[in-house]
Ligand binder design. Sequence first.
Ligand SMILES: [Zn+2]
Length: 572
Amino acid sequence: PGNEGRGYVLRRILRRAARYGRKLELKKPFLFKLVERLVQEMSNVFPEIKEKQKYVEKIIKAEEESFNKTLDRGIDLFGQIVEDLKKKNEKTIPGKDLFMLYDTYGFPVDLTNVMAKEIGLEIDEKGFEELMNSQKQRGREASKDKFASVNISTESLEGFELMDKKETLFTGYDELKTNSKIIGRKKEGENELIILDKTPFYVEAGGQIDDLGSLIVEDNNYSVIDVTKIDNEIIHIIETGDDSNLKPGTDTLAKVNEKRRWDIMRNHTATHFMHAAMRQVLGTHVHQAGSYVGPDRLRFDFTHFSKVSDSELKDIETLVNEQLRRNIPLQHHRDTPFEEAKKMGALMFFGDKYGDKVNVVQFGDFTMEFCGGTHVHNSSEIGLFKIISESSISSGVRRIEAVTGAGVERYINRQIEQLKNKEEKLAELAEEKRKIEKEISKLKLKGNLGQISSLLDTPVKMGEINIYKSQVNAESVEQLKSFGDELRNKSKNAVGVLFADIEGKVGIVCVVSDNLIKEKNLSAGKIVGELAKLVGGGGGGRPHLATAGGKDVKAIPDALNKVEEIVKKFLT
Ligand SMILES: [Zn+2]
């Protein structure tokens, strides 16, 4: 199923059936289950049904699932529309409602028609068509190359000053500049429409966009800003100020913008390789459902029932690049009789129209397809191929966008640029984080030092000696030590003992005032050694300040209680 041609016929049938199912309260996909039955009945006549059974079931189920998502809301909307009409006593569903049902809820107009007939209403199909056409028009305008912004209304050669009615010979497969003769012209508004006897300018077809370039007459250079085809004559649309040179019979050099055309040819040729690679990686059900090939990138739409996974995309990309590096020359079978081309095994698509003579484009044993576009002469001229995105455009149709050649270079540079920006941003954030952490630790230290000043207000007296002891909050042994310094600096005739729980372990610092070291022979190192034993650890240090550690955090209160006892022991 799809949105055009026979694909749309199929979609309409499936959606109508799905809606009948809804009337029977069938809320889950059910049509796909009928494939089994069809295989039983018909596979002796059509063996391919049996061969593709699983695939057909998958496709039908996916179609049902996607329509089911909007079916109920669409039916609700239809009900509202009908209500409104009844109030106004009208019998025709307006085009804009038909279009809304189609565009937002996926209701084919013939389905809405069936639903309307069931309750005796009509539909405004003409109004619907008008809205469809204006949507298509918008789509066409949006997809037009931004350089080629000219819209010519001409659809016939009427009004042309013609000296020859031979159709234009296209030389653009072999060369990008051609000496030719002006054989027809017409002035249209600001523009001059010029027909040449032969030209290298390619007119958009099969997704490959128009060539741009210039016509040179003597020393004058006229920009070709768009091209189009009328009755097999290639029309060059040029901006003219002084048009005196452009008379039929004048010789001219027709020059295609080479760099742009080469980029287009690289991208276009890559679609052949990508198509072949996709059929190998994803399966032969994949076929092209549309494409756009410009100088900057290529876009390829194809039938496939599910998202193409990252590893499949990688496989496709790798396969294409391996083939491109094989240096395969183009085999361009021009003007091959249609039947002969079919016999060669060239890939063609049902539903596409082909003339009696066709062009077949072949690269070795990897790809052979019917194609009228322009191509590089050798696979290696494409350079590299890189897929840049994969997405869904409608149910059962996926889109891959890719770049080649200089496009890959630009893509890589863009990625590097983005990466650099991100790295810079990361460095900025890291710097900011560092500053914030510094600020936080300063604040914490300030808060923690506060613990020491309040401790200084409440000494325990032991005769002359001031004992300061407490469990404090500290982040590290370093910090605990700095608290010890603070305590020692601000106290006199004192012994200070601080305990802390540092990440589940005991930290201890002990300080002793200078006079007590001299007069009483007290030593912080010795005191801390005794305390450490009480918390399952050890340590020591110099007489004025010593630290120790231990394992048993629960023993801290008990150890704190024994501080005086231990100090007393060293006094005697
Ligand atoms: Zn091609």
